[in-house]
Design a protein around this ligand. Structure first.
Ligand SMILES: Cc1cc2nc3c(=O)[nH]c(=O)nc-3n(C[C@H](O)[C@H](O)[C@H](O)COP(=O)(O)OP(=O)(O)OC[C@H]3O[C@@H](n4cnc5c(N)ncnc54)[C@H](O)[C@@H]3O)c2cc1C
Length: 482
């Protein structure tokens, strides 16, 4: 029954794709360099940002693309590895990767697989189902992802090309590409962050960041501390509690949890599409407020922890000291000193381009907000200043004009785009961000080939009008008269 519904939906998808395929003709001239084929676009990462962009490029008939992801096949993104919530945090009506095609939406997939009643009955989308949906969409859109393929180094070459150095299935490979998009995850413009006071004080087996694998079964009967007050901190606390931890204490710096979610406020076409069109002063003012607000954990995530007597919440509790005494992790806070067996670090990520190995050759040449914008006194923020200063098409820009022109062919499709384009890492921005990036890429591809395009008009010989039959009849008539 389910199979039939999914089969029917697959037919519908093909029909809808066919209906909107125009203009369907390939238009980008293939390139090579010393006999080596050149990709038009190489996308680093195979998560939802990469898939949505690849889908858009394919629909715009930019087909000479490649998507590389370092994770094993079918595991791209956080959904079945370190994401530990039961459902997405976003309301179920979110759309994005389907790029406006109803038959490719999460709802269409969900209803085909589980029935319309099931869809009506869920409040939010189960995490595993979101993952399965993305895999289905990838297949329907015909996107090839090469897994076990880590990009290690991006080398700008002459001729407006990049050599992208990767390790694919254990073997070093060099690929040539005209455009490179970094869709390397929410932390893709920096890295997950463990405060030095923790990393310096504790043995590695006594703590883990929320983005790492954690053996929750091994925490059965243990005392666990979690630091951070974001949704992931609560998800991990819940996993430890459900794994049978004896006590789980969550420590947060702030004195109260935020109750209002600014992410819901910004989910409008006006904001998502046009934040990029504001001037720098307005962008800075908005982001100062947005970042100060923070998001609360979802209600159900909070309840998932709160229902356990073993759970406690310590607000207004910044870590003042961290030590290890051969048995316990000891945390000092303004509220006292506490001992634990294990610490889960939910302190998110930092934006710092110098930490990205792929960018090591030229990270210092990339403009950050601190290079471009001087906020008024009292409004400074090193956090905001560290974000890359991107173009309206998500391209990196040069710190010093003329020193790294290749940056115009390198795109930042991650949370690093938040300051310049208001693009969160989330699902809701996908249809708008991919529109801008695809626009930037197709514009440049077309401009690069403008001469060939003009010359092509003279060679274009697809016959539309055939008057030979008429001419033959006329000749026959003339012959008769003669
Ligand atoms: C725990 C968690 C929960 C979230 N929940 C929600 C939610 O409910 N709703 C919402 O809208 N958003 C949510 N988000 C935010 C956002 O939707 C996700 O982070 C989403 O996965 C972003 O998609 P992405 O494609 O940018 O990154 P990812 O899905 O993380 O994909 C990035 C990929 O890049 C690959 N990669 C990285 N570096 C390299 C390299 N050098 N070479 C090759 N491959 C590389 C990785 O293997 C990874 O598969 C959540 C984020 C997290 C972390």
């Amino acid at each position: 029954m389910t199979m039939n519904c999914l089969d029917d939906l697959a037919k519908r998808v093909r029909f809808e794709l066919d209906c909107v395929a125009y203009p369907a003709r390939e238009w980008v001239a293939p390139r090579s360099r010393d006999g080596e084929a050149v990709l038009d676009v190489l996308i680093v990462g195979g998560g939802q940002n990469a898939l949505s962009l690849a889908f858009r490029l394919l629909r715009e008939r930019v087909t000479n693309i490649r998507v590389l992801d370092r994770s094993p096949a079918g595991e791209a993104g956080p959904w079945i590895t370190y994401a530990r919530m039961q459902t997405l945090r976003t309301p179920k009506h979110v759309s994005g990767p389907e790029l406006g095609l109803p038959s490719l939406s999460i709802r269409a997939w969900y209803e085909a697989k589980f029935g319309a009643e099931a869809w009506a009955g869920i409040g939010k989308i189960p995490r595993q189902h979101w993952h399965d949906y993305l895999r289905w969409l990838q297949a329907m859109a015909g996107i090839d992802v090469t897994n076990d393929a880590a990009v290690t180094d991006i080398e700008p070459l002459a001729d407006d090309l990049f050599a992208v150095h990767s390790v694919i299935a254990g073997k070093p490979e060099r690929l040539l590409a005209r455009h490179v998009v970094l869709a390397t995850g929410i932390e893709g413009a920096g890295q997950w962050q463990v405060p030095a006071m923790i990393a310096d004080a504790l043995p590695r087996e006594r703590y883990a960041h929320t983005s790492e694998p954690i053996d929750f079964a091994a925490l059965n009967g243990q005392r666990v501390a979690v630091i951070g007050a974001g949704a992931s901190a609560f998800d991990n606390a819940a996993m430890a509690l459900e794994g049978g931890a004896r006590a789980v204490d969550l420590f947060a710096r702030r004195k109260s949890l935020p109750k209002v979610n600014p992410n819901r406020y910004i989910e409008t076409t006006g904001y998502i599409r046009h934040f990029a069109d504001l001037d720098d002063t307005l962008k800075w003012r908005f982001m100062r407020r947005y970042f100060a607000l923070n998001q609360p954990p979802p209600q159900d995530t909070f309840e998932r922890c709160a229902r356990f007597d073993a759970f406690d919440l310590h607000l207004g509790s910044p870590l003042e000291s961290v030590s290890f005494d051969d048995r316990s992790v000891r945390l000092g806070t303004p509220g006292g000193v506490f001992d634990y067996d294990f610490l889960i670090v939910g302190t998110g990520f930092v934006i710092d381009l110098s930490l990205r190995p792929e960018l090591a050759r030229f990270a210092d040449k990339i403009a950050r907000w601190s290079d471009r914008h001087q906020p008024p006194e009292g409004d400074e923020s090193p956090t905001l200043g560290a974000y890359p200063y991107l173009s309206g098409a998500f391209q990196f820009t040069e710190k010093e004009p003329g020193t790294a022109p290749f940056l115009a062919r390198l795109y930042c499709h991650s949370f690093g785009a938040m300051m310049s384009l208001g693009a969160t890492a989330g699902i809701s921005q996908l249809k708008f961000s991919t529109e801008r990036i695809a626009f930037g890429i197709t514009r440049q591809l077309f401009r690069d080939d403008a001469e060939a395009f003009i010359a092509g008009l003279d060679q274009y010989d697809e016959v539309e009008l055939d008057i030979s039959a008429f001419e033959a009849r006329r000749a026959a008539r003339a012959a008769k008269v003669a």
